[in-house]
Design a protein around this ligand. Structure first.
Ligand SMILES: C[S@@+](CC[C@H](N)C(=O)[O-])C[C@H]1O[C@@H](n2cnc3c(N)ncnc32)[C@H](O)[C@@H]1O
Length: 231
């Protein structure tokens, strides 16, 4: 079973534990790999849809770990009891959906030792939520997989851990800036490119268009300044 860079990054960040749940498991590669590598004794593969769960079951039979993986059908963390899991993985969904899943089952989140979150889109929404809602940031990381940047958050619930930042720092992680992460320069450059493209699409000269252009120019200036902090 060959894992993508994105899934490998998740696996690298999983601490050994008794029970791990993978929410939105789809193919089931994360629970399967965790059992095979001895990272957890039991894994719960959870998904809101039956077809992915059937696929995960089949893959776990092929890989010879179906006895150690449990399959649960349901949304978010509703499929697990409070204190049932030490580790929680939620990956491959949008930042908004991951935030909503965490909000929906706060008691499950509070009792977990750690969560690994890797949004497929809108990581800035999730970062803002985590920074301003009592989460300790254990680690942040970044990978480039098939031309797409993905951000990883390893966190745990902790009262009193709240930091409000300027909105640009929800887009560009202060932790990764501090560490001078090796991929950060390319990541910021790709954002500048994206905003330049959006600018090119604004052709009318209405007041709202002018305002939007101004916002984009300010953002591009700030991002260019941040490049000075990258290695
Ligand atoms: C794109 S796949 C990601 C699979 C895997 N986690 C990964 O990162 O490669 C998204 C999966 O999340 C499931 N899903 C979507 N919304 C969900 C929710 N609210 N709760 C649980 N699973 C959900 C989908 O059925 C699908 O299997």
């Amino acid at each position: 079973m060959e894992l993508s860079r994105r899934l490998s990054l998740i696996i690298q960040n999983i601490d050994e534990c008794d029970t791990l749940v993978d929410v939105g498991t789809d193919h089931g590669y994360i629970p399967i790999k965790c059992i095979k590598d001895g990272l957890c004794k039991k894994a719960i593969a959870s998904d809101i849809n039956k077809d992915p769960l059937d696929k995960a079951k089949l893959n776990s039979v092929f890989e010879g770990v179906d006895e150690e993986v449990e399959f649960r059908l349901g949304g978010g963390l509703s499929t697990v009891e409070v204190s049932e899991c030490n580790g929680i993985v939620i990956a491959g969904m949008g930042g908004n959906l991951i935030r909503d899943i965490l909000e929906e089952d706060k008691e499950v989140v509070k009792e977990a030792d750690y969560l690994i979150l890797l949004p497929a889109q809108n990581p800035e929404v999730l970062r803002e939520y985590l920074y301003t809602n009592n989460y300790e940031i254990i680690k942040e990381d970044l990978c480039l997989d098939d031309g797409i940047y993905y951000e990883l958050f390893k966190v745990r619930s902790k009262d009193g851990e709240t930091t409000e930042l300027d909105s640009i720092y929800y887009e560009v992680s202060p932790t990764l800036l501090r560490e001078r992460h090796e991929l950060l320069k390319g990541f910021i450059e790709s954002k500048i490119e994206k905003y330049e493209k959006i600018k090119g699409l604004i052709t009318d000269d209405s007041e709202s268009a002018k305002l939007r252009l101004e916002e984009l120019n300010t953002k591009i200036d700030v991002l260019n300044n941040l490049l000075n902090y990258c290695s």
